[in-house]
Design a protein around this ligand. Structure first.
Ligand code: MG
Length: 254
């Protein structure tokens, strides 16, 4: 069931979103060669607790069996798509790292992701990052009253595939509010006429995951980390937005 947000709820979500944006910006600055993904996790954890918020990915239940997620951030390097577990891995020049991060502050969730280039990165990989972020913005721009969720999906997929990259099918965006994951699902592929009608008060996390090679992915032996099947790099950008009569408002933009 889709939960539509009142103006005061959107105002609270804006504050959650701002915290997420500040944490991601701090991580973006600190993601230099030599730092570990665990150290980036500690930065997120500390900023979140200082703000009186809860890092909502920590202890997130595993969808099937498996242990709860052990980090505050998902840190996914190179061919890792999403849900990478932060730890001892040191970033190296030429890596890309996708950071997905969410909080609950004053009862409302914020959720966003960025992919960061560490040092000098191959031109085709930089292009992957650029196209993925552009696809996110095109998806957001399609989230307008009267359209369907499929308009978002279609806009993302069109942009990605026009550049020869592929959209991950197995993981999708979602509604967001008091819970990090609410209805409706927001796929990054599909047709404009599909899915529920978009109305004012919808809050959505739109999050294309885009692969340089094929769209197939698999889950690693740690039960969480998702990798591309062909070992080629993957990028991930996400914003939480609120749909208003005047258009989409990005809640997780600094
Ligand atoms: Mg999300």
């Amino acid at each position: 069931m889709i939960k539509f947000k009142r103006a005061d709820e959107i105002a609270r979500m804006r504050r959650s979103g701002q915290l997420v944006a500040r944490v991601l910006e701090e991580i973006r600055v600190k993601a230099e060669p030599g730092i570990t993904t665990g150290e980036l996790n500690a930065i997120a954890e500390e900023m979140t607790l200082q703000a009186g918020a809860v890092p909502v990915f920590r202890n997130y239940p595993h969808p099937h069996r498996g242990k709860p997620f052990p980090g505050a951030i998902c840190a996914s390097v190179n061919e890792e798509v999403v849900h990478g577990i932060p730890g001892h891995r040191k970033l190296q020049a030429g890596d890309i790292i996708s950071i997905d991060f969410g909080v609950i502050l004053n009862g409302y969730a914020g959720d966003a992701a960025i992919t960061i280039a560490v040092g000098d990165v191959a031109p085709e990989v930089l292009k992957l990052l650029k196209v993925t972020e552009e696809a996110l913005m095109k998806g957001i721009n399609a989230a307008r009253v009267g359209s369907r969720i499929g308009a978002v999906s279609y806009a993302v997929q069109q942009h990605v595939e026009s550049h020869g990259f592929s959209v991950v099918r197995d993981y999708v965006g979602h509604g967001i509010g008091k819970a990090m994951h609410e209805d409706p699902p927001v796929p990054n592929y599909g047709r404009e006429g599909q899915g529920p009608r978009i109305k004012a008060g919808m809050a959505l996390a739109i999050e294309p995951m885009v692969n340089l090679g094929g769209f197939e992915v698999y889950t690693a032996a740690d039960d969480w980390t998702v990798r591309t099947a062909d070992g080629k790099p993957s990028a991930h950008f996400e914003h939480s937005i609120a749909v208003r009569d005047s258009g989409p408002e990005i809640l997780t933009l600094l």
